[in-house]
Design a protein around this ligand. Structure first.
Ligand code: ADP
Length: 514
Protein backbone atom coordinates (compact mmCIF):
# COMPACT_ATOMS: atom_id res chain seq x y z
CA UNK A 1 0.00 0.00 0.00
CA UNK A 2 2.85 2.29 0.81
CA UNK A 3 3.75 4.74 -1.87
CA UNK A 4 6.62 7.16 -1.74
CA UNK A 5 7.32 8.80 -4.99
CA UNK A 6 8.79 12.08 -3.94
CA UNK A 7 11.17 12.91 -6.74
CA UNK A 8 13.41 14.84 -4.47
CA UNK A 9 16.49 15.98 -6.25
CA UNK A 10 17.59 14.28 -9.40
CA UNK A 11 15.23 15.34 -12.17
CA UNK A 12 13.85 18.54 -10.71
CA UNK A 13 15.50 21.93 -10.86
CA UNK A 14 17.12 21.86 -7.40
CA UNK A 15 14.63 21.33 -4.64
CA UNK A 16 15.35 21.35 -0.93
CA UNK A 17 15.87 18.04 0.86
CA UNK A 18 12.98 16.79 2.91
CA UNK A 19 13.31 16.70 6.69
CA UNK A 20 13.38 13.24 8.26
CA UNK A 21 10.01 13.84 9.86
CA UNK A 22 8.49 14.63 6.46
CA UNK A 23 10.05 11.48 5.04
CA UNK A 24 8.50 9.53 7.91
CA UNK A 25 5.09 11.02 7.19
CA UNK A 26 5.36 10.22 3.48
CA UNK A 27 6.18 6.65 4.46
CA UNK A 28 2.99 6.22 6.46
CA UNK A 29 0.30 3.98 5.03
CA UNK A 30 -2.95 5.62 3.94
CA UNK A 31 -5.18 6.01 6.97
CA UNK A 32 -7.67 8.40 8.51
CA UNK A 33 -7.21 9.78 12.02
CA UNK A 34 -10.00 8.62 14.29
CA UNK A 35 -10.28 8.41 18.04
CA UNK A 36 -6.72 9.45 18.64
CA UNK A 37 -4.94 7.18 16.16
CA UNK A 38 -4.28 6.60 12.48
CA UNK A 39 -7.08 4.23 11.50
CA UNK A 40 -7.61 2.11 8.40
CA UNK A 41 -10.67 2.56 6.27
CA UNK A 42 -12.93 -0.48 6.05
CA UNK A 43 -12.32 -1.21 2.39
CA UNK A 44 -8.80 0.10 2.06
CA UNK A 45 -9.50 2.26 -1.01
CA UNK A 46 -6.91 4.93 -1.69
CA UNK A 47 -6.53 8.02 -3.76
CA UNK A 48 -3.38 9.44 -5.30
CA UNK A 49 -2.22 12.78 -4.02
CA UNK A 50 -0.50 14.62 -6.86
CA UNK A 51 2.38 17.03 -6.40
CA UNK A 52 1.27 19.99 -8.56
CA UNK A 53 4.87 21.16 -8.90
CA UNK A 54 5.79 17.99 -10.81
CA UNK A 55 2.48 16.45 -11.88
CA UNK A 56 3.54 13.22 -10.20
CA UNK A 57 1.95 11.12 -7.47
CA UNK A 58 3.40 12.00 -4.10
CA UNK A 59 1.39 9.98 -1.62
CA UNK A 60 -1.63 7.78 -1.38
CA UNK A 61 -4.36 8.91 0.97
CA UNK A 62 -7.12 6.80 2.42
CA UNK A 63 -10.34 7.28 0.52
CA UNK A 64 -13.01 7.29 3.17
CA UNK A 65 -16.52 6.25 2.18
CA UNK A 66 -19.84 6.73 3.95
CA UNK A 67 -19.13 3.95 6.47
CA UNK A 68 -15.72 5.37 7.34
CA UNK A 69 -17.22 8.82 7.87
CA UNK A 70 -19.75 7.18 10.14
CA UNK A 71 -16.92 5.69 12.24
CA UNK A 72 -15.27 9.12 12.58
CA UNK A 73 -18.55 10.85 13.42
CA UNK A 74 -19.36 8.23 16.05
CA UNK A 75 -15.97 8.83 17.62
CA UNK A 76 -16.64 12.56 17.81
CA UNK A 77 -20.22 11.96 19.02
CA UNK A 78 -19.05 9.68 21.81
CA UNK A 79 -16.43 12.21 22.91
CA UNK A 80 -19.06 14.97 22.86
CA UNK A 81 -21.68 12.93 24.72
CA UNK A 82 -19.19 11.81 27.37
CA UNK A 83 -18.05 15.40 27.80
CA UNK A 84 -14.38 14.47 27.55
CA UNK A 85 -13.56 17.94 26.28
CA UNK A 86 -16.17 19.87 28.28
CA UNK A 87 -17.54 18.36 31.49
CA UNK A 88 -14.39 16.37 32.21
CA UNK A 89 -12.05 19.21 31.39
CA UNK A 90 -12.19 22.73 32.67
CA UNK A 91 -12.14 25.72 30.33
CA UNK A 92 -8.59 26.43 31.48
CA UNK A 93 -7.57 22.84 30.58
CA UNK A 94 -8.93 23.49 27.10
CA UNK A 95 -7.15 26.79 26.99
CA UNK A 96 -3.84 25.13 27.85
CA UNK A 97 -4.29 22.36 25.25
CA UNK A 98 -5.04 24.86 22.48
CA UNK A 99 -2.15 27.06 23.50
CA UNK A 100 0.14 24.03 23.42
CA UNK A 101 -1.17 23.03 20.00
CA UNK A 102 -0.31 26.52 18.73
CA UNK A 103 3.21 26.10 20.14
CA UNK A 104 3.57 22.68 18.51
CA UNK A 105 2.52 24.09 15.14
CA UNK A 106 5.23 26.73 15.49
CA UNK A 107 7.75 24.08 16.55
CA UNK A 108 6.95 22.04 13.45
CA UNK A 109 7.09 24.98 11.05
CA UNK A 110 9.53 23.23 8.72
CA UNK A 111 7.45 20.08 8.57
CA UNK A 112 4.22 21.95 7.85
CA UNK A 113 6.07 24.09 5.34
CA UNK A 114 7.24 21.06 3.42
CA UNK A 115 3.97 19.15 3.66
CA UNK A 116 1.86 22.00 2.30
CA UNK A 117 4.48 22.90 -0.31
CA UNK A 118 4.40 19.32 -1.56
CA UNK A 119 0.63 19.02 -1.51
CA UNK A 120 -0.44 22.38 -2.89
CA UNK A 121 2.71 23.78 -4.48
CA UNK A 122 2.70 26.88 -2.32
CA UNK A 123 6.27 28.16 -1.93
CA UNK A 124 7.70 26.52 1.17
CA UNK A 125 8.96 29.76 2.71
CA UNK A 126 5.50 31.32 2.45
CA UNK A 127 3.98 28.41 4.34
CA UNK A 128 6.74 28.33 6.90
CA UNK A 129 6.95 32.06 7.51
CA UNK A 130 3.33 32.98 6.77
CA UNK A 131 0.72 30.24 7.16
CA UNK A 132 2.43 28.48 10.06
CA UNK A 133 2.77 31.48 12.42
CA UNK A 134 -0.72 32.62 11.43
CA UNK A 135 -2.11 29.17 12.27
CA UNK A 136 -0.23 29.05 15.57
CA UNK A 137 -1.57 32.51 16.38
CA UNK A 138 -5.11 31.33 15.71
CA UNK A 139 -4.79 28.67 18.35
CA UNK A 140 -3.21 31.10 20.79
CA UNK A 141 -6.00 33.63 20.23
CA UNK A 142 -8.85 31.13 20.62
CA UNK A 143 -7.13 29.41 23.55
CA UNK A 144 -7.90 32.62 25.41
CA UNK A 145 -11.58 32.46 24.46
CA UNK A 146 -11.99 29.01 26.02
CA UNK A 147 -12.03 30.73 29.43
CA UNK A 148 -14.06 33.74 28.38
CA UNK A 149 -17.31 32.40 26.98
CA UNK A 150 -19.51 34.18 29.47
CA UNK A 151 -23.24 33.87 29.74
CA UNK A 152 -25.57 36.74 30.67
CA UNK A 153 -28.31 37.43 33.19
CA UNK A 154 -31.64 38.95 32.18
CA UNK A 155 -34.13 41.12 34.04
CA UNK A 156 -36.98 38.93 32.78
CA UNK A 157 -39.01 39.14 35.98
CA UNK A 158 -38.32 41.28 38.98
CA UNK A 159 -39.51 38.75 41.55
CA UNK A 160 -39.12 35.04 41.94
CA UNK A 161 -37.24 34.35 38.76
CA UNK A 162 -33.54 34.27 38.03
CA UNK A 163 -32.89 34.10 34.28
CA UNK A 164 -29.49 33.53 32.79
CA UNK A 165 -27.85 32.13 29.69
CA UNK A 166 -24.88 29.89 29.06
CA UNK A 167 -22.95 29.33 25.86
CA UNK A 168 -22.65 25.67 25.02
CA UNK A 169 -20.79 23.97 22.20
CA UNK A 170 -22.96 23.06 19.21
CA UNK A 171 -21.77 19.46 19.66
CA UNK A 172 -20.25 17.56 16.75
CA UNK A 173 -18.94 19.80 14.01
CA UNK A 174 -17.96 18.73 10.48
CA UNK A 175 -15.31 20.97 8.98
CA UNK A 176 -14.71 20.85 5.23
CA UNK A 177 -11.68 22.77 4.02
CA UNK A 178 -10.09 23.70 0.69
CA UNK A 179 -6.62 23.07 -0.71
CA UNK A 180 -5.31 26.62 -1.21
CA UNK A 181 -3.84 27.17 2.30
CA UNK A 182 -4.31 23.69 3.76
CA UNK A 183 -3.00 24.23 7.30
CA UNK A 184 -4.29 27.77 7.73
CA UNK A 185 -7.80 27.05 6.48
CA UNK A 186 -8.03 24.15 8.91
CA UNK A 187 -6.77 26.38 11.76
CA UNK A 188 -9.35 29.09 11.00
CA UNK A 189 -12.14 26.65 11.73
CA UNK A 190 -10.62 24.26 14.22
CA UNK A 191 -9.40 26.82 16.74
CA UNK A 192 -12.78 28.46 17.48
CA UNK A 193 -14.66 25.15 17.18
CA UNK A 194 -12.39 23.47 19.74
CA UNK A 195 -12.20 26.51 22.01
CA UNK A 196 -15.98 26.46 22.27
CA UNK A 197 -15.84 22.80 23.35
CA UNK A 198 -16.99 21.06 20.18
CA UNK A 199 -15.79 17.70 18.91
CA UNK A 200 -14.72 17.78 15.32
CA UNK A 201 -14.45 15.73 12.16
CA UNK A 202 -12.25 17.55 9.66
CA UNK A 203 -12.32 16.65 5.98
CA UNK A 204 -9.42 18.33 4.21
CA UNK A 205 -9.50 18.74 0.45
CA UNK A 206 -8.60 15.54 -1.39
CA UNK A 207 -5.63 17.31 -2.99
CA UNK A 208 -4.05 18.30 0.35
CA UNK A 209 -4.58 15.82 3.20
CA UNK A 210 -1.07 15.70 4.69
CA UNK A 211 -0.99 18.68 7.04
CA UNK A 212 -4.42 17.96 8.52
CA UNK A 213 -3.38 14.43 9.47
CA UNK A 214 -0.18 15.71 11.01
CA UNK A 215 -2.09 18.37 12.94
CA UNK A 216 -4.32 15.67 14.41
CA UNK A 217 -1.21 13.83 15.68
CA UNK A 218 0.05 17.02 17.30
CA UNK A 219 -3.35 17.61 18.91
CA UNK A 220 -2.88 14.37 20.84
CA UNK A 221 0.60 15.51 21.89
CA UNK A 222 -0.97 18.80 23.02
CA UNK A 223 -3.29 16.88 25.35
CA UNK A 224 -6.53 17.13 23.40
CA UNK A 225 -8.43 13.95 24.30
CA UNK A 226 -8.94 11.15 21.81
CA UNK A 227 -12.06 11.51 19.70
CA UNK A 228 -12.20 15.28 19.97
CA UNK A 229 -10.39 15.95 16.71
CA UNK A 230 -10.79 13.39 13.92
CA UNK A 231 -9.71 13.60 10.28
CA UNK A 232 -11.29 11.77 7.33
CA UNK A 233 -9.55 11.99 3.99
CA UNK A 234 -11.46 11.39 0.80
CA UNK A 235 -13.40 12.83 -2.07
CA UNK A 236 -15.77 15.73 -1.49
CA UNK A 237 -18.77 14.22 -3.22
CA UNK A 238 -18.44 11.06 -1.11
CA UNK A 239 -16.76 11.75 2.26
CA UNK A 240 -17.71 15.43 2.37
CA UNK A 241 -21.31 14.74 1.40
CA UNK A 242 -21.52 11.90 3.96
CA UNK A 243 -20.40 14.29 6.68
CA UNK A 244 -22.99 16.87 5.65
CA UNK A 245 -25.76 14.27 5.57
CA UNK A 246 -24.81 12.52 8.80
CA UNK A 247 -27.60 12.92 11.38
CA UNK A 248 -25.14 12.95 14.30
CA UNK A 249 -23.31 16.00 12.93
CA UNK A 250 -24.77 19.19 14.37
CA UNK A 251 -23.01 21.76 12.25
CA UNK A 252 -20.96 22.12 9.08
CA UNK A 253 -18.27 24.75 8.64
CA UNK A 254 -17.32 24.92 4.97
CA UNK A 255 -14.78 26.81 2.87
CA UNK A 256 -14.87 26.21 -0.86
CA UNK A 257 -16.78 26.88 -4.04
CA UNK A 258 -20.26 28.33 -4.42
CA UNK A 259 -21.54 25.26 -6.28
CA UNK A 260 -20.54 22.88 -3.51
CA UNK A 261 -21.94 25.32 -0.94
CA UNK A 262 -25.31 25.10 -2.69
CA UNK A 263 -25.30 21.31 -2.48
CA UNK A 264 -24.34 21.52 1.21
CA UNK A 265 -27.16 23.96 1.94
CA UNK A 266 -29.62 21.73 0.08
CA UNK A 267 -28.47 18.64 1.99
CA UNK A 268 -28.57 20.51 5.30
CA UNK A 269 -32.27 21.20 4.78
CA UNK A 270 -33.08 17.60 5.74
CA UNK A 271 -32.22 18.04 9.42
CA UNK A 272 -31.82 21.84 9.33
CA UNK A 273 -28.19 21.45 10.23
CA UNK A 274 -26.34 24.64 11.08
CA UNK A 275 -24.08 25.72 8.22
CA UNK A 276 -21.50 28.48 7.89
CA UNK A 277 -19.90 29.19 4.55
CA UNK A 278 -16.76 30.97 3.41
CA UNK A 279 -16.89 31.05 -0.38
CA UNK A 280 -15.39 32.70 -3.37
CA UNK A 281 -15.04 36.22 -4.56
CA UNK A 282 -14.20 38.48 -7.44
CA UNK A 283 -12.85 41.26 -5.34
CA UNK A 284 -12.63 44.76 -6.79
CA UNK A 285 -9.42 46.66 -6.13
CA UNK A 286 -9.61 50.39 -6.82
CA UNK A 287 -6.63 52.66 -7.36
CA UNK A 288 -7.30 56.41 -7.30
CA UNK A 289 -4.90 58.82 -9.00
CA UNK A 290 -3.94 60.45 -5.68
CA UNK A 291 -2.75 57.17 -4.13
CA UNK A 292 0.82 56.32 -3.23
CA UNK A 293 1.35 54.60 -6.55
CA UNK A 294 4.37 52.50 -5.58
CA UNK A 295 2.45 51.08 -2.67
CA UNK A 296 -0.68 50.59 -4.79
CA UNK A 297 1.29 48.85 -7.52
CA UNK A 298 2.92 46.33 -5.21
CA UNK A 299 -0.31 45.79 -3.28
CA UNK A 300 -2.37 45.30 -6.43
CA UNK A 301 0.15 42.90 -7.90
CA UNK A 302 0.13 40.63 -4.85
CA UNK A 303 -3.61 41.05 -4.34
CA UNK A 304 -4.13 38.97 -7.46
CA UNK A 305 -0.93 37.05 -8.02
CA UNK A 306 -0.33 35.95 -4.42
CA UNK A 307 -0.60 32.16 -4.10
CA UNK A 308 -0.89 32.15 -7.92
CA UNK A 309 -4.32 33.73 -7.65
CA UNK A 310 -5.67 30.83 -5.63
CA UNK A 311 -7.12 32.95 -2.84
CA UNK A 312 -10.79 33.58 -2.22
CA UNK A 313 -9.97 37.27 -1.74
CA UNK A 314 -7.94 37.66 -4.96
CA UNK A 315 -8.30 41.25 -6.12
CA UNK A 316 -8.66 40.20 -9.70
CA UNK A 317 -10.82 43.12 -10.83
CA UNK A 318 -8.43 46.03 -10.82
CA UNK A 319 -9.91 49.49 -11.47
CA UNK A 320 -7.36 52.24 -12.11
CA UNK A 321 -8.38 55.87 -12.39
CA UNK A 322 -8.06 57.58 -15.75
CA UNK A 323 -4.97 59.75 -15.89
CA UNK A 324 -2.69 57.16 -14.31
CA UNK A 325 -4.12 54.14 -16.12
CA UNK A 326 -1.59 53.70 -18.95
CA UNK A 327 1.42 54.29 -16.75
CA UNK A 328 0.08 51.98 -14.02
CA UNK A 329 -0.61 49.12 -16.43
CA UNK A 330 2.89 49.42 -17.87
CA UNK A 331 4.46 49.25 -14.42
CA UNK A 332 2.22 46.33 -13.52
CA UNK A 333 3.33 44.39 -16.58
CA UNK A 334 6.98 44.95 -15.69
CA UNK A 335 6.40 43.67 -12.15
CA UNK A 336 4.16 40.74 -13.16
CA UNK A 337 6.69 39.58 -15.75
CA UNK A 338 9.46 39.69 -13.17
CA UNK A 339 7.75 37.31 -10.73
CA UNK A 340 9.59 34.03 -10.37
CA UNK A 341 7.54 30.89 -10.67
CA UNK A 342 8.66 27.43 -9.62
CA UNK A 343 8.21 24.34 -7.49
CA UNK A 344 6.88 24.63 -3.97
CA UNK A 345 10.13 23.18 -2.70
CA UNK A 346 12.45 25.01 -5.11
CA UNK A 347 15.74 25.67 -3.34
CA UNK A 348 15.87 29.17 -4.73
CA UNK A 349 12.75 30.72 -3.28
CA UNK A 350 10.16 31.55 -5.95
CA UNK A 351 7.39 34.11 -5.73
CA UNK A 352 4.72 31.78 -7.01
CA UNK A 353 4.05 28.07 -7.35
CA UNK A 354 1.88 26.04 -9.70
CA UNK A 355 -1.90 25.76 -9.82
CA UNK A 356 -3.38 22.92 -7.84
CA UNK A 357 -4.39 20.50 -10.60
CA UNK A 358 -4.14 19.87 -14.29
CA UNK A 359 -7.88 20.52 -14.47
CA UNK A 360 -7.61 23.87 -12.73
CA UNK A 361 -4.75 24.90 -15.02
CA UNK A 362 -6.83 23.99 -18.08
CA UNK A 363 -9.77 26.00 -16.74
CA UNK A 364 -7.60 29.05 -16.12
CA UNK A 365 -6.11 28.87 -19.61
CA UNK A 366 -9.68 28.55 -20.91
CA UNK A 367 -10.72 31.80 -19.16
CA UNK A 368 -7.74 33.55 -20.75
CA UNK A 369 -8.56 32.21 -24.21
CA UNK A 370 -12.20 33.19 -23.91
CA UNK A 371 -11.18 36.73 -22.90
CA UNK A 372 -8.96 36.89 -25.99
CA UNK A 373 -11.74 35.76 -28.28
CA UNK A 374 -13.99 38.38 -26.69
CA UNK A 375 -11.53 41.05 -27.85
CA UNK A 376 -9.47 41.54 -24.69
CA UNK A 377 -5.71 42.10 -24.83
CA UNK A 378 -3.36 39.85 -22.90
CA UNK A 379 -0.59 42.32 -22.10
CA UNK A 380 1.58 39.81 -20.32
CA UNK A 381 1.60 36.09 -19.61
CA UNK A 382 -1.35 34.03 -20.76
CA UNK A 383 0.40 30.71 -21.36
CA UNK A 384 1.17 27.48 -19.60
CA UNK A 385 4.81 27.59 -18.60
CA UNK A 386 7.41 25.68 -20.55
CA UNK A 387 11.00 24.72 -19.79
CA UNK A 388 11.79 23.17 -16.44
CA UNK A 389 8.26 23.91 -15.23
CA UNK A 390 6.60 22.06 -18.10
CA UNK A 391 5.67 19.01 -16.02
CA UNK A 392 3.85 20.91 -13.29
CA UNK A 393 0.65 22.93 -13.53
CA UNK A 394 2.13 26.38 -14.02
CA UNK A 395 0.46 29.37 -15.68
CA UNK A 396 2.34 32.60 -16.34
CA UNK A 397 1.30 35.66 -14.32
CA UNK A 398 -1.22 37.25 -16.66
CA UNK A 399 -2.50 40.80 -17.05
CA UNK A 400 -5.51 41.43 -19.29
CA UNK A 401 -6.79 44.81 -20.53
CA UNK A 402 -9.43 46.07 -22.98
CA UNK A 403 -12.16 44.22 -21.14
CA UNK A 404 -15.78 45.17 -20.59
CA UNK A 405 -17.68 44.57 -17.35
CA UNK A 406 -19.73 41.76 -18.88
CA UNK A 407 -16.80 39.49 -19.76
CA UNK A 408 -16.34 36.26 -17.83
CA UNK A 409 -12.82 37.27 -16.93
CA UNK A 410 -14.30 40.26 -15.07
CA UNK A 411 -17.29 38.46 -13.56
CA UNK A 412 -16.13 34.95 -12.67
CA UNK A 413 -13.75 33.75 -10.02
CA UNK A 414 -10.74 32.42 -11.94
CA UNK A 415 -8.51 31.14 -9.15
CA UNK A 416 -5.39 31.66 -11.20
CA UNK A 417 -2.72 34.36 -11.64
CA UNK A 418 -4.92 36.45 -13.89
CA UNK A 419 -6.01 40.05 -13.40
CA UNK A 420 -8.34 42.15 -15.49
CA UNK A 421 -7.44 45.84 -15.43
CA UNK A 422 -9.96 48.55 -16.28
CA UNK A 423 -9.94 52.36 -16.25
CA UNK A 424 -12.59 54.35 -14.34
CA UNK A 425 -13.52 58.03 -14.15
CA UNK A 426 -14.89 58.84 -10.69
CA UNK A 427 -16.02 57.54 -7.32
CA UNK A 428 -19.72 56.98 -8.12
CA UNK A 429 -18.95 55.13 -11.32
CA UNK A 430 -16.39 52.79 -9.80
CA UNK A 431 -18.51 52.01 -6.74
CA UNK A 432 -21.41 51.01 -8.96
CA UNK A 433 -19.17 48.80 -11.10
CA UNK A 434 -17.45 47.29 -8.07
CA UNK A 435 -20.81 46.36 -6.56
CA UNK A 436 -22.03 44.86 -9.80
CA UNK A 437 -21.10 41.33 -8.76
CA UNK A 438 -22.76 38.36 -7.15
CA UNK A 439 -19.81 38.19 -4.78
CA UNK A 440 -19.00 40.38 -1.78
CA UNK A 441 -15.98 38.99 0.03
CA UNK A 442 -13.42 41.79 -0.03
CA UNK A 443 -12.47 45.02 -1.75
CA UNK A 444 -9.49 47.34 -1.82
CA UNK A 445 -9.16 51.08 -2.17
CA UNK A 446 -5.93 53.00 -2.65
CA UNK A 447 -6.18 56.72 -2.01
CA UNK A 448 -4.83 59.36 0.35
CA UNK A 449 -8.05 61.33 0.30
CA UNK A 450 -10.01 60.67 3.47
CA UNK A 451 -13.36 61.50 1.92
CA UNK A 452 -12.78 59.21 -1.05
CA UNK A 453 -11.75 56.38 1.23
CA UNK A 454 -14.78 56.77 3.52
CA UNK A 455 -17.14 57.00 0.59
CA UNK A 456 -15.84 53.83 -1.04
CA UNK A 457 -15.46 51.86 2.21
CA UNK A 458 -18.98 52.78 3.22
CA UNK A 459 -20.72 51.96 -0.05
CA UNK A 460 -19.00 48.80 -1.24
CA UNK A 461 -20.85 45.64 -0.30
CA UNK A 462 -18.08 43.36 0.92
CA UNK A 463 -17.19 41.71 4.21
CA UNK A 464 -13.70 43.23 4.30
CA UNK A 465 -12.41 46.53 2.92
CA UNK A 466 -8.67 47.05 2.75
CA UNK A 467 -7.53 50.66 2.52
CA UNK A 468 -3.99 51.28 1.24
CA UNK A 469 -3.22 47.66 1.95
CA UNK A 470 -4.40 44.24 0.81
CA UNK A 471 -4.87 40.77 2.16
CA UNK A 472 -4.32 41.34 5.87
CA UNK A 473 -6.19 39.08 8.24
CA UNK A 474 -5.88 38.57 11.97
CA UNK A 475 -7.45 36.07 14.34
CA UNK A 476 -9.01 39.04 16.15
CA UNK A 477 -10.76 40.52 13.10
CA UNK A 478 -14.00 39.08 11.66
CA UNK A 479 -13.73 37.78 8.11
CA UNK A 480 -16.41 36.55 5.73
CA UNK A 481 -18.56 37.40 2.79
CA UNK A 482 -21.71 39.23 1.81
CA UNK A 483 -23.95 38.06 -1.05
CA UNK A 484 -22.77 34.76 -2.57
CA UNK A 485 -19.40 34.97 -0.86
CA UNK A 486 -20.62 33.32 2.28
CA UNK A 487 -22.63 33.15 5.42
CA UNK A 488 -21.34 33.95 8.89
CA UNK A 489 -18.06 35.48 9.98
CA UNK A 490 -14.97 33.53 10.89
CA UNK A 491 -12.29 34.89 13.22
CA UNK A 492 -12.57 37.27 16.11
CA UNK A 493 -15.38 37.02 18.63
CA UNK A 494 -17.83 36.49 15.78
CA UNK A 495 -16.53 32.98 15.00
CA UNK A 496 -17.61 31.84 18.44
CA UNK A 497 -21.22 32.47 17.42
CA UNK A 498 -20.72 29.88 14.68
CA UNK A 499 -19.65 27.23 17.14
CA UNK A 500 -21.86 27.84 20.17
CA UNK A 501 -25.52 27.61 21.07
CA UNK A 502 -27.00 29.96 23.64
CA UNK A 503 -29.14 28.28 26.28
CA UNK A 504 -31.48 30.38 28.45
CA UNK A 505 -32.29 29.05 31.90
CA UNK A 506 -35.31 30.23 33.93
CA UNK A 507 -34.92 29.49 37.59
CA UNK A 508 -37.85 30.08 39.92
CA UNK A 509 -37.26 30.73 43.60
CA UNK A 510 -39.36 31.62 46.60
CA UNK A 511 -38.68 33.90 49.51
CA UNK A 512 -37.77 31.34 52.27
CA UNK A 513 -39.32 33.45 55.07
CA UNK A 514 -42.80 33.29 53.52
P1 ADP B 1 -12.52 23.97 -5.10
O1 ADP B 1 -13.36 24.21 -6.30
O2 ADP B 1 -11.79 25.16 -4.63
O3 ADP B 1 -11.73 22.70 -5.14
P2 ADP B 1 -14.57 22.73 -3.65
O4 ADP B 1 -15.76 23.47 -3.19
O5 ADP B 1 -14.72 21.76 -4.77
O6 ADP B 1 -13.50 23.82 -3.92
O7 ADP B 1 -13.88 21.93 -2.46
C1 ADP B 1 -13.75 22.43 -1.15
C2 ADP B 1 -13.95 21.30 -0.17
O8 ADP B 1 -15.26 20.79 -0.33
C3 ADP B 1 -13.01 20.11 -0.39
O9 ADP B 1 -12.66 19.58 0.88
C4 ADP B 1 -13.89 19.14 -1.13
O10 ADP B 1 -13.51 17.79 -0.96
C5 ADP B 1 -15.24 19.39 -0.49
N1 ADP B 1 -16.39 18.98 -1.30
C6 ADP B 1 -16.49 18.90 -2.65
N2 ADP B 1 -17.71 18.47 -3.02
C7 ADP B 1 -18.42 18.28 -1.88
C8 ADP B 1 -19.76 17.86 -1.59
N3 ADP B 1 -20.61 17.56 -2.55
N4 ADP B 1 -20.14 17.81 -0.31
C9 ADP B 1 -19.29 18.15 0.70
N5 ADP B 1 -18.02 18.55 0.49
C10 ADP B 1 -17.59 18.62 -0.77
Amino acid sequence: MMSIDVRNGDHLPATISLDLEVQRILGLPPKMFVNGARTETRRGATLDVINPSTGEALWRAAEADRDDVDVAVRSARAAADLGVWTVRMSPSDRQRCLWRLGDLIAREARVFGQLDALDCGRPVSRVELGDVPASAEHFAYYAGWATKLNGRTFPADTRGMHVYSVREPVGVVGLITPWNYPLLMAAWKLAPALAAGNCVVLKPAEQTPLSALYLAELAIEAGIPEGVFNVVTGIGAVAGAALVEHPAVDKIGFTGSVDVARSIVRASAVDLKRVSLELGGKSPNIVFADADLDLALEGSLWATMGNSGQSCTAGSRLYVQEGIYEEFVQALVVRASSLTVGAGLASEACDLGPLITDRQMTRVLGWIDSAKSDGATVVCGGQRMAGENAQGFYVEPTVITDVTDDLDVVKEEIFGPVMAVMPFRDCDEVIERANNSRFGLAAGVWSNDLSTVHEVAGRIRAGTIWVNTWGLTSPAVPFGGMKQSGKGREMGEDALDLYTETKSIWMGWQNPSK
